[in-house]
Design a protein around this ligand. Structure first.
Ligand SMILES: NC(=O)CCC(=O)C(=O)O
Length: 309
């Protein structure tokens, strides 16, 4: 059996689950206050007994390339090795791991600026926690595609001034689904989503923070596109809009089903959304429109093939 086939065969059976999306407000310059507020909202979300809770991109620091090196923390996660929370140098990781354990839910900890000590590189990194006794850190995703855009008169943003892009696709298994990860601008690159979906992910979740120029046009369009191209559930979770911040987030955290239907959408303020994820919609979409079996890799290449080598 090929590596790709064996990864696919080990995908968890897709079961119904409840997702909580925290559109976090009050993200400011005070990191301790950001962490305290995020913890309170995670516990609030946990009271509704979700299976999986998601925070937004850059939840512990203001969003901007000048801030990333200042707020960056050493996480020290090594793929395939058990992570020791007690010895972690990251205050954000410690808070998130404890909160996951307290709520009994899986937790996608949005993203935080991360400094890799061996290289001094700074990444925009998503961390994921299981709710087991140790509240363990199970995987990380480093934003692969850096948000470098320049729309004259509207928005110029250059994450690459201080960040380095990640070099791998990321996913994790829970008892209810295999979940693929990306961060914000990653959504514009369909290949990343395709690779995760073809590796058996039933849902893709990208913490994000779109802006006021592209948000109204592309935020929903891109999520519905990735959901329909891949016949998967798709969700992006944004910070709330903060008029006093240097970067105005679009908000509108959202979950979309595999037919492209928007199941839940926030406004622009702080809000927690809950949505029931139902495998039947996933199965019906794939049975009714069988594109997963109709691909023509004799005509175009399979982007997920490189991953399995
Ligand atoms: N945080 C981001 O990556 C923002 C991406 C964005 O706004 C876009 O238009 O793409």
């Amino acid at each position: 059996m090929s590596a790709a086939a064996s990864l696919l065969a080990k995908a968890p059976v897709f079961k119904p689950f409840r997702l909580a999306m925290i559109q976090l407000g009050n993200i400011g310059a005070d990191k301790a206050a950001n962490l305290q507020h995020a913890r309170a909202k995670i516990l609030e979300a946990g009271s509704k007994k979700p299976d999986l809770i998601v925070l937004p991109e850059c939840f512990n620091s203001p969003y901007g390339h000048v801030h990333f090196p200042v707020y960056a923390e050493n996480i020290g996660f090594v793929e395939g090795e058990k992570y020791d929370i007690e010895r972690s140098e990251s205050e954000s990781v410690k808070m998130l791991a404890a909160a996951a354990k307290e709520t009994g839910a899986w937790l996608i900890g949005g993203s935080i600026p991360e400094r890799e000590v061996s290289t001094n590189n700074v990444y925009n990194t998503c961390t994921v926690y299981s709710p087991d006794v140790a509240g363990s850190l199970v995987t990380i995703h480093r934003k692969v595609h850096l948000f470098d855009i320049d729309i004259p008169g509207k928005i110029k943003f250059t994450e690459s001034e201080t960040l380095t892009g990640g070099t791998k696709t990321s996913m994790f298994d829970t008892p209810f689904a295999r979940i693929g990860l990306g961060i914000c601008y990653d959504v514009r690159f369909p290949e990343l989503a395709m690779i995760a979906a073809r590796a058996g992910c039933q849902m893709l979740i990208y913490p994000g923070a779109f802006n006021m120029t592209t948000g109204p046009l592309h935020w929903e369009l891109l999520q519905r596109s990735r959901a329909v191209d891949n016949q998967v559930y798709f969700s992006m979770v944004s910070p709330a809009r903060n008029p006093s911040s240097g970067y105005q987030a679009w908000g509108h955290s959202m979950a979309v089903d595999p037919m492209g239907k928007v199941l839940a959408e926030a406004e622009d303020g702080e809000e927690i959304l809950y949505v029931e994820i139902d495998p039947k919609t996933f199965e019906d979409a794939r049975a009714g429109i069988p594109v997963t079996q109709q691909r023509r890799f004799d005509v175009y290449p399979d982007v997920s093939a490189r991953e399995s080598k």
